[in-house]
Design a protein. Structure first.
Length: 194
């Protein structure tokens, strides 16, 4: 049997060029993902905890503008947020609040609902990101600060699997598995997004 592909590779690769990576890569914590997610995609942003374990940096791109009194945030499909995660706007201007519910019935977007507003307007160019804890406006911190980009996919059904982690290089932004806004991409200043 003969199989041909148009790209000449087995998959579309979002990592275009690697100039520097973390020696030995890192172990990825599978508990951060939705229960239905079986693999972390190449190109995921990851951050490290105090024990040296890497975690996905959860984000969701805003689908529809929301004002500073909103409690419902429409976000693009394809995020890893679950009820109970704490969210904040990516520039940490608003309050961080726990997700009360997520409605997934629409085709193009999910609606993330918090009991109390984040108190900061967001636009379709912005992302929500996972925060460390619920805090008042301006006091939130990221749960995991982006430390690099996963260079390969990780099977989340197996324990203690790691991946290569790029800290300097070039990625094809259109192939990233999760969306990032300009504020978050600036957290990795040695990575070029094309």
């Amino acid at each position: 049997m003969y199989v041909a592909t148009e790209t000449g590779t087995e998959r579309s690769m979002c990592i275009e060029q690697v100039y520097e990576d973390i020696v030995g890569g890192g172990i990825i914590d599978p508990d951060d993902f939705k229960t239905t997610t079986t693999a972390m995609g190449e190109g995921s942003f990851v951050g490290k905890d105090s024990n040296g374990i890497y975690h996905i940096v959860k984000t969701a791109l805003i689908h529809e503008n929301a004002g500073n009194t909103a409690t419902d945030y429409k976000v693009k499909k394809g995020h890893e947020f679950v009820v109970g995660d704490v969210i904040v706007d990516s520039d940490l201007a608003g309050a961080s609040k726990a997700i009360a519910s997520i409605t997934t019935t629409e085709t193009d977007y999910d609606t993330i609902t918090v009991a109390v507003t984040l108190g900061h307007a967001v636009t379709t160019a912005d992302c929500l990101i996972q925060a460390a804890s619920a805090q008042s406006a301006g006091a939130a911190t990221y749960k995991y600060t982006p430390a690099g980009i996963a260079m390969n996919a990780v099977d989340l059904t197996k324990d203690n699997l790691g991946c290569g982690i790029m800290v300097r290089g070039t990625v094809n932004e259109s192939l990233l598995p999760y969306k990032w806004d300009a504020i978050l991409k600036a957290k990795l200043p040695l990575v070029r997004f094309i």
